[in-house]
Design a protein around this ligand. Sequence first.
Ligand SMILES: [Zn+2]
Length: 104
Amino acid sequence: MNPQEAFCPNIDCPARGQIGKAYITIHSQKEQSFMCSVCQQTFTTTKGTLFYRLHEDARTVLVVIALLAYGCPLQAIVQTFGLGTSAPCGIGGNPPGNRGKPCN
Ligand SMILES: [Zn+2]
């Protein structure tokens, strides 16, 4: 967690997008969050990334994406990683007429 590599993601902040200007400080190590000294807003290290508000382990998500990219069947991934099947999937296994329904 290095504030020198982070930037403020607040669209209304004049310091938005500026890296290494010392505007960003660590707000919470435990929650992995930074604070912008210009707009006083806090944000997590994952804001604006694939991992923002993710409840699964980031490494697991990366592995699942790689497996999907290489054509691994969705059901095999669900079984291997013990992922729930009640959520709508829309990626991979469901045919176009079945999008938004649980994977089967
Ligand atoms: Zn800011």
